[in-house]
Design a protein around this ligand. Structure first.
Ligand SMILES: Cc1ncc(COP(=O)(O)O)c(C=O)c1O
Length: 431
């Protein structure tokens, strides 16, 4: 009898056989659940979805109601391939914010194509803004699926530091390294695609401030101006933006620099409704584009629709219809927003308790959103030591991720204390 590995060698081509699932989060969640079922007093910081203080998944009640009330057509029919027209407009308002019209008045044209979640939007950009075997520019700590999406598109990743090591500057942005990375990719590829997960970065919770955003954008504008024959695309992955203190800070930054916008610079947003509308599984997002030339954006739409058609066909219609309905009724929108604001407040509270209890530990900058992260050379060892104190968090490749979104508020301080004790017991150095 031949074993599974021999069968795999025979049936699967080499590029497929090397693929692996990412089940580390589920593995640590399973450990939490096993301990809990044995009656142990344990804390869950493993999950990447908002849980209430009893550990139940939160669905924004307005979202739930509007989904239930949708007509059958929106429940069962296909969506037009680029997305429902009202959704394509609504998602721009959600991603770009109340200054969308101002941005347009300054001469920016905008477009959007629906995608299955923010992940689909990232995929659309990877598939169409670079050629196979090129690399996407990301920051040094990034959401793991960035690598998976890049690999599925035959692309690599090149990174620049999440936090500047230059202690003289009071900025997290190392403009020298960023400029060098952009220039070197432009030199080898003739174009560049950068993914920037901001605000409320996963896994750290870091958000750039106004000065730092300006520094980042300046590097991209400069590179575009210095290389007028090279394409420069900056994509903002704003998956957690509606739980950030400045959800649309990037729009302000862009408006400040909008005059004299280089025509080889394209700006995109990977919009995701997964977190803002608590509909992780409904797969609702969009790739949003801004550029001064409308005809250019008009060309992008069928190109992106082609990729969608050949990958997932169309995007789900039901969540698009729900999002459009909520945001085209001021009453529904304000009810939805009241729930969202309450959830934001809960995250702020949990993060504060966690970081205060873990004071002195070298947490990565952590301001907004779902997560906090502590860099560590041996994350599994650290997680084991934390778990020995009844708190379950997740070892990632460069450190430990704490799901602020899943920690019960009254256990957030205990989680911080457990991490601090574990850290000290392993003899790790303090800040
Ligand atoms: C950094 C980041 N970007 C994008 C996404 C996209 O999420 P979705 O495809 O569910 O919209 C996620 C989801 O976890 C994320 O963490």
């Amino acid at each position: 009898m031949v074993d599974d590995s021999e069968i795999a060698q025979i049936i699967l081509p080499p590029h497929a056989i090397v693929k692996g699932g990412n089940d580390i989060i589920y593995a640590w969640l399973a450990r939490y659940q096993a301990a809990k079922s044995l009656g142990e007093d344990v804390v869950n910081g493993t999950i990447g979805a908002l849980l209430d203080d009893e550990g139940e998944l939160i669905l924004n009640s307005v979202v739930g109601q509007v989904l239930n009330d949708l007509p059958d057509l929106d429940k069962g029919a296909y969506s037009p391939l680029p997305g429902l027209p009202e959704f394509r407009e609504t998602c721009q308002r959600l991603a770009i914010g109340p200054k969308l019209q101002q941005l347009r008045d300054f001469g920016m044209k905008t477009e959007a194509v629906a995608s299955p979640g923010g992940c689909g939007a990232l995929y659309l950009s990877a598939r169409n803004l670079l050629s196979t075997s090129e690399s996407i520019l990301v920051r040094s700590t990034y959401w793991g699926p960035y690598k998976t999406i890049a690999e599925e598109c035959g692309l690599g990743l090149v990174d620049w530091p999440l936090v500047s090591q230059n202690s003289d500057s009071n900025s997290a942005v190392d403009q020298n390294i960023l400029t060098n990375r952009i220039q070197s990719l432009i030199s080898t590829q003739g174009r560049i695609l950068a993914w920037l997960n901001d605000p409320a970065h996963n896994p750290t919770g870091m958000s750039l401030n106004a000065k730092e955003r300006k520094e980042v954008l300046a590097c991209f504008i400069e590179a575009a101006k210095n290389n007028p024959d090279s394409g420069v695309t900056l994509l903002l992955d704003t998956a957690y933006a509606l739980y950030a203190n400045e959800p649309h800070g990037w729009t302000d930054t862009i408006i400040e620099s909008i005059e004299d916008w280089p025509s080889n610079l394209l700006l995109c947003w990977a919009f995701s409704a997964s977190k803002s509308h608590t509909i992780y599984g409904l797969r609702c997002g969009a790739l949003i584009m801004a550029h001064p030339n409308k005809e250019f954006l008009d060309r992008m739409v069928p190109m992106l629709v082609h990729t969608g058609r050949g990958t997932w066909s169309g995007s789900p219609r039901m969540p698009q219809a729900m999002v459009s309905r909520i945001h085209n009724s001021s009453e529904l929108e304000s009810s939805w927003d009241a729930v969202r604001a309450g959830l934001s407040e809960m995250l702020i509270q949990r993060r504060k308790l966690l970081l205060e209890a873990g004071k002195g530990l070298p947490f990565d900058p952590s301001h907004d959103g779902y997560f906090a992260h502590i860099s560590d050379p041996n994350p599994v060892e650290l997680c084991e030591e934390i778990a020995a104190r009844g708190v379950y968090v997740v070892p990632l490749s460069k450190g430990v991720r704490i799901g602020v979104c899943s920690l019960p508020t009254d256990k957030a301080a205990r989680a911080g204390e457990a991490i601090a004790e574990a850290w000290r017991s392993l003899g790790r150095s303090e800040d």
